[in-house]
Design a protein around this ligand. Sequence first.
Ligand SMILES: *[C@@H]1O[C@H](CO)[C@@H](O)[C@H](O)[C@H]1NC(C)=O
Ligand SMILES: *[C@@H]1O[C@H](CO)[C@@H](O)[C@H](O)[C@H]1NC(C)=O
Ligand SMILES: *[C@@H]1O[C@H](CO)[C@@H](O)[C@H](O)[C@H]1NC(C)=O
Ligand SMILES: *[C@@H]1O[C@H](CO)[C@@H](O)[C@H](O)[C@H]1NC(C)=O
Ligand SMILES: *[C@@H]1O[C@H](CO)[C@@H](O)[C@H](O)[C@H]1NC(C)=O
Length: 421
Amino acid sequence: MAGCGRDRNFKNVKVGYGFVIIFGISMIIFHCYNARRQSYKIPTLSWTLQPSEKEWRELLQMVHNVNVSEKNGSQGENHGSRACQPIKNIFFLKTHKTASSSIMNILFRYGESRNLEFAFPIKIHHFNYSSFFSTLSVFGFPARKRQPYNIMCHHMRFSLPQVEEVMPNNTFYFTILRNPVTLMESSFAYFRESPCFTRARNLETFLSNPSRFCQKDLSNSGYAKNVMTFDLGFNHFGPDFPKNIKLLTQTVDIIFDLVLITEYFDESLVLLKDALCWTLNDVLSFPLNARSDRSRRILSRETQESIKRWNQLDWKLYVYFNNSFWNRVEKFGRERMKKEVEELRKRRAQISKKCLYNQADPNQLNDESLIPYQSGSARVLGYNLKPALKKHEQELCDRLVVPELQYSEYLFTKQLKRATP
Ligand SMILES: *[C@@H]1O[C@H](CO)[C@@H](O)[C@H](O)[C@H]1NC(C)=O
Ligand SMILES: *[C@@H]1O[C@H](CO)[C@@H](O)[C@H](O)[C@H]1NC(C)=O
Ligand SMILES: *[C@@H]1O[C@H](CO)[C@@H](O)[C@H](O)[C@H]1NC(C)=O
Ligand SMILES: *[C@@H]1O[C@H](CO)[C@@H](O)[C@H](O)[C@H]1NC(C)=O
Ligand SMILES: *[C@@H]1O[C@H](CO)[C@@H](O)[C@H](O)[C@H]1NC(C)=O
């Protein structure tokens, strides 16, 4: 089937796990509620949330006052010559600080518009992170389960055997990785209050002697070292012998049908929509959970090298999957990729012109329900929508900018209502 690339080789996976898995570290309540956040009000759907091609053309036309031809619309969804069925059983490992919130928004919108069944965490916002994922943390599983789950995409520390108990056997697995250098700069700001970071005056101090500040058994040490390796379920303090690195990369390669790269986000979206047999409109998104530039820092070469050393497993993982990502682009066709990325950007620009008034600091957002969760020293930006949008525009625009916690709660409630008529 399209997109469901290859069979997972379970024997290899088990071996990989045996080698490198360690036990979870104790967890502190991290994703606590943001006191300022209001309960979320999304206008209910009357119109299709995910507009049809025709509706999109009309929407874009309103913006530009030009006709977007059929050709450039639906035929932009070039799936080569292959006929394919859109994939709807999806597992997304949501890694930390990798633009994964924007991917989650895409999955939320796709699932909502098609009434797909989400596997929600009991804690609503994450599957008992940073413990290993267990089916016990899935809301209503298995007692209240009405039908197979389609989408699972909340934060977790990955454990394949447990995920497989929940998700159908033809599930498409994917995740996203980011350059560990910028990732570390971001997580230092965002997770400033986690025990590994609190005692360090700044990132440079921390890196001058990281093992003084950060030991494996400190709570949330997963945020401070090899965070992607940790989220993938491996030992983030594991030795970086070539043998381990090979095992790590191969295991991830076998389990995941696709690994996206944050630095090439638009190319990633194109590969994703191709693998899932979706359309460009399905993967349209705005940056969510982005930091204000004021809390961003430029790193010296020396600092960058220290980060790579401290996060060697993540670094090797990233280099490997960056390479396989571009091999995949090569197979897809460079020229075709360039065209589709252009088309995606064009549509994003058009929709943002329609929807967005501005991107702003949390205290400058008019609608309190659109304020994103804030953490550490990072100022997480939100959006103000244009006033006086038409109803169907409002429905779409709202969903494109609503922060993930609010959207998740909304979907959770909606699904619960559906389950108990
Ligand atoms: C756009 O297309 C519609 C029908 O396909 C046509 O009626 C309309 O005049 C066109 N508008 C422009 C600006 O070309
Ligand atoms: C459609 O695509 C063609 C060829 O790529 C381009 O010349 C044309 O301007 C596009 N039309 C619109 C309305 O975007
Ligand atoms: C969540 O994690 C804690 C700490 O590791 C553990 O004690 C608890 O049993 C876990 N709960 C679920 C539902 O998995
Ligand atoms: C996958 O699941 C379906 C439906 O639950 C089942 O009929 C099928 O035998 C399973 N396939 C494999 C390879 O386990
Ligand atoms: C990722 O791949 C691209 C394309 O091959 C390359 O230009 C870039 O240097 C790579 N990045 C890293 C960190 O290896």
